[in-house]
Write a protein that binds this ligand. Structure first.
Ligand SMILES: Cc1cc2nc3c(=O)[nH]c(=O)nc-3n(C[C@H](O)[C@H](O)[C@H](O)COP(=O)(O)O)c2cc1C
Length: 236
Protein backbone atom coordinates (compact mmCIF):
# COMPACT_ATOMS: atom_id res chain seq x y z
CA UNK A 1 0.00 0.00 0.00
CA UNK A 2 2.91 2.35 0.75
CA UNK A 3 4.17 1.89 -2.81
CA UNK A 4 0.84 3.18 -4.10
CA UNK A 5 0.95 6.18 -1.75
CA UNK A 6 4.55 6.84 -2.79
CA UNK A 7 3.59 6.86 -6.48
CA UNK A 8 0.68 9.22 -5.75
CA UNK A 9 2.82 11.60 -3.70
CA UNK A 10 5.84 11.50 -6.01
CA UNK A 11 3.97 12.07 -9.28
CA UNK A 12 4.56 15.51 -10.75
CA UNK A 13 3.63 17.07 -14.06
CA UNK A 14 7.08 17.00 -15.69
CA UNK A 15 7.68 19.59 -18.38
CA UNK A 16 10.97 18.38 -19.89
CA UNK A 17 11.94 14.79 -20.74
CA UNK A 18 15.11 13.16 -21.94
CA UNK A 19 15.02 10.58 -24.75
CA UNK A 20 14.44 7.03 -23.46
CA UNK A 21 12.75 4.00 -24.94
CA UNK A 22 9.55 2.62 -23.49
CA UNK A 23 9.59 -1.10 -24.28
CA UNK A 24 6.46 -2.83 -25.65
CA UNK A 25 6.21 -4.67 -22.31
CA UNK A 26 6.27 -1.42 -20.32
CA UNK A 27 3.77 0.13 -22.73
CA UNK A 28 1.43 -2.79 -22.15
CA UNK A 29 1.78 -2.54 -18.36
CA UNK A 30 0.96 1.18 -18.46
CA UNK A 31 -2.06 0.75 -20.75
CA UNK A 32 -3.26 -2.30 -18.87
CA UNK A 33 -3.26 -0.32 -15.61
CA UNK A 34 -5.32 2.39 -17.34
CA UNK A 35 -8.08 -0.02 -18.37
CA UNK A 36 -8.27 -1.42 -14.83
CA UNK A 37 -9.66 1.89 -13.59
CA UNK A 38 -13.27 1.82 -12.39
CA UNK A 39 -15.85 3.09 -14.88
CA UNK A 40 -19.55 3.88 -14.74
CA UNK A 41 -21.50 0.59 -15.24
CA UNK A 42 -18.09 -0.89 -16.14
CA UNK A 43 -18.74 0.63 -19.56
CA UNK A 44 -15.10 1.72 -20.11
CA UNK A 45 -16.28 4.53 -22.41
CA UNK A 46 -12.90 5.62 -23.77
CA UNK A 47 -10.22 4.98 -26.33
CA UNK A 48 -6.53 5.49 -25.68
CA UNK A 49 -4.23 6.30 -28.59
CA UNK A 50 -0.59 5.52 -27.88
CA UNK A 51 1.54 7.68 -30.16
CA UNK A 52 5.08 6.30 -30.14
CA UNK A 53 6.47 6.51 -33.66
CA UNK A 54 8.73 9.53 -34.24
CA UNK A 55 6.77 11.03 -37.15
CA UNK A 56 3.34 10.66 -35.54
CA UNK A 57 4.63 11.88 -32.18
CA UNK A 58 6.04 15.00 -33.84
CA UNK A 59 2.70 15.62 -35.59
CA UNK A 60 0.69 15.22 -32.37
CA UNK A 61 3.20 17.30 -30.37
CA UNK A 62 2.73 20.11 -32.89
CA UNK A 63 -1.04 19.89 -32.30
CA UNK A 64 -0.31 20.18 -28.55
CA UNK A 65 0.90 23.65 -29.45
CA UNK A 66 4.50 22.38 -29.44
CA UNK A 67 4.56 22.43 -25.62
CA UNK A 68 7.92 21.13 -24.32
CA UNK A 69 6.49 18.11 -22.49
CA UNK A 70 4.86 17.01 -25.77
CA UNK A 71 7.93 17.79 -27.89
CA UNK A 72 10.35 15.92 -25.60
CA UNK A 73 8.20 12.95 -24.49
CA UNK A 74 9.01 9.37 -25.45
CA UNK A 75 5.33 8.74 -26.14
CA UNK A 76 2.06 10.63 -26.10
CA UNK A 77 -1.25 9.12 -25.10
CA UNK A 78 -4.41 10.76 -26.37
CA UNK A 79 -7.31 9.86 -24.06
CA UNK A 80 -10.66 10.07 -25.80
CA UNK A 81 -14.11 9.84 -24.20
CA UNK A 82 -16.11 7.49 -26.43
CA UNK A 83 -19.90 7.24 -26.27
CA UNK A 84 -20.12 5.15 -29.42
CA UNK A 85 -18.77 1.91 -27.97
CA UNK A 86 -21.61 0.92 -25.62
CA UNK A 87 -23.11 -1.81 -27.83
CA UNK A 88 -19.70 -3.36 -28.65
CA UNK A 89 -18.72 -3.26 -24.96
CA UNK A 90 -21.93 -5.00 -23.90
CA UNK A 91 -21.45 -7.64 -26.61
CA UNK A 92 -17.85 -8.14 -25.47
CA UNK A 93 -18.99 -8.66 -21.89
CA UNK A 94 -21.67 -11.17 -22.95
CA UNK A 95 -19.07 -13.16 -24.93
CA UNK A 96 -16.78 -13.09 -21.89
CA UNK A 97 -19.62 -14.30 -19.63
CA UNK A 98 -20.37 -17.19 -22.04
CA UNK A 99 -16.70 -18.18 -22.26
CA UNK A 100 -16.55 -18.20 -18.47
CA UNK A 101 -19.69 -20.35 -18.12
CA UNK A 102 -21.90 -17.79 -16.38
CA UNK A 103 -25.43 -19.07 -15.78
CA UNK A 104 -27.78 -18.32 -18.72
CA UNK A 105 -30.09 -16.38 -16.34
CA UNK A 106 -27.21 -14.10 -15.31
CA UNK A 107 -26.28 -13.47 -18.96
CA UNK A 108 -29.89 -12.64 -19.87
CA UNK A 109 -30.14 -10.31 -16.87
CA UNK A 110 -26.96 -8.51 -17.95
CA UNK A 111 -28.21 -8.25 -21.58
CA UNK A 112 -31.51 -6.77 -20.38
CA UNK A 113 -29.79 -4.23 -18.10
CA UNK A 114 -27.36 -3.24 -20.86
CA UNK A 115 -30.25 -2.78 -23.34
CA UNK A 116 -32.16 -0.56 -20.85
CA UNK A 117 -28.95 1.40 -20.26
CA UNK A 118 -28.50 1.99 -23.99
CA UNK A 119 -32.12 3.13 -24.39
CA UNK A 120 -31.79 5.44 -21.38
CA UNK A 121 -28.52 6.88 -22.65
CA UNK A 122 -29.65 7.40 -26.28
CA UNK A 123 -30.21 11.12 -26.99
CA UNK A 124 -31.94 10.36 -30.32
CA UNK A 125 -32.11 12.68 -33.36
CA UNK A 126 -31.89 16.37 -32.37
CA UNK A 127 -31.96 15.29 -28.71
CA UNK A 128 -35.68 14.48 -28.97
CA UNK A 129 -35.53 11.31 -26.81
CA UNK A 130 -33.44 13.23 -24.31
CA UNK A 131 -36.13 15.91 -23.88
CA UNK A 132 -38.90 13.32 -23.43
CA UNK A 133 -36.83 11.27 -20.97
CA UNK A 134 -35.87 14.41 -19.02
CA UNK A 135 -39.57 15.33 -18.63
CA UNK A 136 -40.44 11.78 -17.50
CA UNK A 137 -37.58 11.69 -14.98
CA UNK A 138 -38.55 15.13 -13.59
CA UNK A 139 -42.13 13.90 -13.14
CA UNK A 140 -40.99 10.69 -11.45
CA UNK A 141 -38.64 12.68 -9.22
CA UNK A 142 -41.63 14.56 -7.72
CA UNK A 143 -42.43 11.58 -5.50
CA UNK A 144 -39.42 9.29 -5.83
CA UNK A 145 -35.72 9.69 -5.04
CA UNK A 146 -33.99 9.00 -8.35
CA UNK A 147 -30.78 9.94 -10.07
CA UNK A 148 -30.95 11.65 -13.44
CA UNK A 149 -29.02 9.71 -16.11
CA UNK A 150 -26.98 11.62 -18.68
CA UNK A 151 -29.46 12.37 -21.45
CA UNK A 152 -28.12 14.88 -23.97
CA UNK A 153 -25.01 14.24 -26.05
CA UNK A 154 -23.15 16.83 -23.95
CA UNK A 155 -24.20 15.11 -20.72
CA UNK A 156 -23.15 11.75 -22.14
CA UNK A 157 -19.72 13.08 -23.08
CA UNK A 158 -19.37 14.55 -19.59
CA UNK A 159 -20.39 11.17 -18.15
CA UNK A 160 -17.76 9.37 -20.29
CA UNK A 161 -15.14 11.99 -19.42
CA UNK A 162 -15.30 11.06 -15.71
CA UNK A 163 -14.38 7.42 -16.41
CA UNK A 164 -11.76 8.50 -18.96
CA UNK A 165 -10.09 10.78 -16.41
CA UNK A 166 -9.87 7.91 -13.91
CA UNK A 167 -8.17 5.76 -16.57
CA UNK A 168 -5.74 8.65 -17.17
CA UNK A 169 -4.82 8.85 -13.49
CA UNK A 170 -4.24 5.08 -13.36
CA UNK A 171 -2.04 5.40 -16.43
CA UNK A 172 0.05 8.18 -14.86
CA UNK A 173 0.48 6.26 -11.59
CA UNK A 174 1.49 3.10 -13.49
CA UNK A 175 4.08 5.12 -15.43
CA UNK A 176 5.36 6.50 -12.11
CA UNK A 177 5.57 2.98 -10.66
CA UNK A 178 7.70 1.95 -13.66
CA UNK A 179 9.98 4.95 -13.02
CA UNK A 180 8.72 7.06 -15.89
CA UNK A 181 7.23 10.53 -15.55
CA UNK A 182 4.20 12.13 -17.13
CA UNK A 183 2.51 15.41 -17.93
CA UNK A 184 -1.25 15.60 -18.51
CA UNK A 185 -2.13 18.29 -21.05
CA UNK A 186 -5.28 19.96 -22.20
CA UNK A 187 -3.40 22.53 -24.22
CA UNK A 188 -4.04 21.13 -27.70
CA UNK A 189 -5.93 22.03 -30.86
CA UNK A 190 -9.07 19.98 -30.30
CA UNK A 191 -10.48 20.01 -33.80
CA UNK A 192 -7.18 19.44 -35.63
CA UNK A 193 -6.17 16.63 -33.28
CA UNK A 194 -9.62 15.02 -33.66
CA UNK A 195 -9.25 15.18 -37.43
CA UNK A 196 -5.71 13.77 -37.24
CA UNK A 197 -6.99 10.76 -35.27
CA UNK A 198 -10.08 10.50 -37.50
CA UNK A 199 -12.41 10.80 -34.51
CA UNK A 200 -16.15 11.25 -34.84
CA UNK A 201 -17.53 14.53 -33.49
CA UNK A 202 -20.74 12.62 -32.71
CA UNK A 203 -19.18 10.05 -30.40
CA UNK A 204 -15.76 11.24 -29.34
CA UNK A 205 -14.19 13.99 -27.29
CA UNK A 206 -10.50 14.28 -26.46
CA UNK A 207 -10.16 14.55 -22.69
CA UNK A 208 -6.41 15.05 -22.39
CA UNK A 209 -3.07 14.17 -23.91
CA UNK A 210 -0.51 12.60 -21.58
CA UNK A 211 3.19 12.99 -22.28
CA UNK A 212 5.26 10.07 -20.96
CA UNK A 213 9.02 9.89 -20.63
CA UNK A 214 11.91 10.19 -18.23
CA UNK A 215 12.37 13.52 -16.43
CA UNK A 216 15.35 15.40 -17.89
CA UNK A 217 18.30 15.90 -15.56
CA UNK A 218 18.21 19.54 -16.67
CA UNK A 219 14.62 19.96 -15.47
CA UNK A 220 14.25 22.07 -12.33
CA UNK A 221 11.08 20.93 -10.64
CA UNK A 222 9.09 23.78 -9.06
CA UNK A 223 7.86 23.24 -5.50
CA UNK A 224 4.43 21.64 -5.36
CA UNK A 225 1.63 23.72 -3.86
CA UNK A 226 -1.77 22.41 -2.82
CA UNK A 227 -4.69 24.13 -1.14
CA UNK A 228 -4.78 23.17 2.55
CA UNK A 229 -6.91 20.16 3.41
CA UNK A 230 -9.56 22.24 5.18
CA UNK A 231 -10.11 24.33 2.04
CA UNK A 232 -11.00 21.31 -0.09
CA UNK A 233 -12.52 18.90 2.42
CA UNK A 234 -15.67 19.07 4.50
CA UNK A 235 -15.96 16.38 7.15
CA UNK A 236 -19.62 15.82 8.02
C1 LIG B 1 -6.60 18.32 -17.01
C2 LIG B 1 -5.19 18.86 -16.92
C3 LIG B 1 -4.69 19.62 -17.95
C4 LIG B 1 -3.36 20.09 -17.92
N1 LIG B 1 -2.85 20.75 -19.00
C5 LIG B 1 -1.55 21.07 -19.01
C6 LIG B 1 -0.96 21.60 -20.20
O1 LIG B 1 -1.60 21.77 -21.24
N2 LIG B 1 0.36 21.91 -20.16
C7 LIG B 1 1.13 21.71 -19.05
O2 LIG B 1 2.33 22.00 -19.10
N3 LIG B 1 0.60 21.19 -17.92
C8 LIG B 1 -0.71 20.85 -17.87
N4 LIG B 1 -1.25 20.28 -16.75
C9 LIG B 1 -0.41 19.99 -15.58
C10 LIG B 1 -0.71 20.96 -14.43
O3 LIG B 1 -0.18 22.20 -14.73
C11 LIG B 1 -0.12 20.37 -13.15
O4 LIG B 1 -0.69 19.12 -12.88
C12 LIG B 1 -0.38 21.31 -11.97
O5 LIG B 1 0.29 22.52 -12.12
C13 LIG B 1 0.07 20.69 -10.63
O6 LIG B 1 1.41 20.28 -10.72
P1 LIG B 1 1.83 18.80 -10.28
O7 LIG B 1 1.00 17.86 -11.12
O8 LIG B 1 3.30 18.70 -10.61
O9 LIG B 1 1.56 18.66 -8.84
C14 LIG B 1 -2.55 19.82 -16.78
C15 LIG B 1 -3.10 19.07 -15.72
C16 LIG B 1 -4.38 18.58 -15.80
C17 LIG B 1 -4.92 17.73 -14.68
Amino acid sequence: MNDILDAILQRRAVKLFEPVDISPGQREQILNAARHAPSSFNSQPYKLYWVGSAAKKAAVAKLCMAQTPAETASALVVAVADIGSMLATAQGQVEWMRRNNFAEAKIRHYERTARIGRILFMPGPFGIFAAVKRALFRLLNLWKTIGMPPLSRQELLKWATKSTALACQNLMLAAEALEFNTCPMEGFDRSRLSRYLELSCRYHEIVMVIAIGKKSRAYVEPPQWRRPLHATVTVL
